[in-house]
Design a protein. Structure first.
Lengths: 166, 166
DNA sequence: TTGAATCGGTACTGAAGTGGTACTATTATA
DNA sequence: TATAATAGTACCACTTCAGTACCGATTCAA
C-alpha cells in the first residue's frame, strides 16, 4: 500500500509537539505526556520515540525529569528522515528502483523490465518530495490550519497547494 | 510502508507491454504470453489484469484468440489510475488526509492533530505526482533507458530528474 | 540511600495485508 | 465439439503491522 504506517503518523505528531516545545524554549517531555496529550498508546509511542532517538532525530534523557526533545533545528529534519527512521528506506517498487537491493524479490529481469525507467524516475521524485518538506513546514502548516487561514485547502488546486509548500 | 505492492509492479509491466503492442497495431495478448515474456506467476497476473479490466484500464476479450489490450490512449492513463485500480485509493496517512475516511483508525483527534496540515499537503503533492506520470511516459522512459541514453540517471540530481519528466 | 519516574532493549501476540494457488464457470474460436 | 481464453470465487502461507509486556539501566529528588 502506498501509505505511511501508523507508527510514522505517531512520529510526526510527536515531533510536531517537540517542535512546538522547542520553539517555546521548554525542556524534554516524557513519552507519557505526549501519549496523554494526543491519546496515543503509550508503549507504542515509546517504541516510536526510541527509534527516533536511534536515528538521532530526537535526544533522550533518562531519569525522573527526563524525556525527549528535538536533536536539531526543525528546518534541518525532513519528513523523509522521519519515514526512513521508522519504516526504513523508501522503495517505491520491489525492483527497478536504483537502490542496492534492486532486483530483489522481483520476478522481472531488471534488464528486460519495461517499467524500469519510469519507476526509477517516480521513486526519485517521491524521495525529492519527501526531502523537501521539513519539520518546520509541518509546524507552519499546523499553525496555518489552526488559525483558519487554510482549513486544509479544500478549494486549492493541486498546483496551488504544491506552490504553497515550495 | 511507503511502497507499491508487487501486484502494482506487475500491472505496470503488463501495461507497458500492452502499450508497446498498441503502438505496433497488434491485437489483444493473453495473460499467459505476458507472464511467460516477463517470467511472472501466471495466475496472479491474471488476477491483476482482471482488476485492470474492472477499472476500465484494459479491455478483455474471451475465447480462443482473446486476451487483453489497452482501453485508452497511453497518454490518458496515469500511474495513479493504475495504483488506485490495484491497491485502492492512495492514503498517505490513516488520518488527516482530507478523504471521506478521515479520522478512521487514528487515535489523534483531527482537530488537535498537529501534523494535519502538512500531511494533507504531502498527500496532495503525492497524488499530483502520480497523476502527472502517464503510461506514455512509462513507455518513453523505458525506451530511453534501453537505448542507453539515460541508464536510470545515476548522476542526475533530483531536481534534474524531476525536470526531465515534467 | 531509597524510591519513583523515565528511557533502552528484547520478545511476544493477534490482526491484517500480501503473494500466490486452485477450481469452476463462461465465452469465443476453430 | 474440443480447445483456449477470461471471470469469479475461495483458499492458504507468509510477512508485516499494531500493540503489549517485561526487565534492566539511568537519573533525580526526597
Amino acid at each position: 500500500m502506498l501509505s505511511l504506517t501508523r507508527k510514522t503518523d505517531y512520529a510526526l505528531v510527536a515531533l510536531a509537539m517537540l517542535g512546538q516545545r522547542r520553539a517555546l524554549g521548554l525542556g524534554p517531555v516524557s513519552a507519557r505526556v505526549v501519549a496523554e496529550q494526543y491519546n496515543l498508546p503509550q508503549p507504542l509511542l515509546m517504541n516510536v520515540l526510541k527509534e527516533l532517538g536511534q536515528a538521532r532525530i530526537v535526544t533522550s534523557t533518562r531519569g525522573a525529569t527526563g524525556g525527549y526533545e528535538l536533536a536539531h533545528d526543525p528546518a534541518q529534519v525532513s519528513v523523509l528522515d522521519v519515514i526512513t527512521a521508522i519504516e526504513g528506506p523508501v522503495r517505491l517498487a520491489q525492483c527497478c528502483d536504483g537502490l542496492p537491493v534492486m532486483g530483489q524479490g522481483c520476478a522481472v529481469e531488471a534488464a528486460s523490465c519495461p517499467a524500469k525507467g519510469a519507476v526509477k524516475h517516480l521513486h526519485r521524485r517521491l524521495v525529492g518530495l519527501l526531502e523537501s518538506v521539513s519539520l518546520q513546514d509541518l509546524l507552519a502548516e499546523s499553525e496555518e490550519s489552526e488559525t483558519g487561514g487554510c482549513q486544509c485547502c479544500p478549494a486549492l488546486t493541486i498546483a496551488e497547494s504544491i506552490s504553497r509548500l515550495k
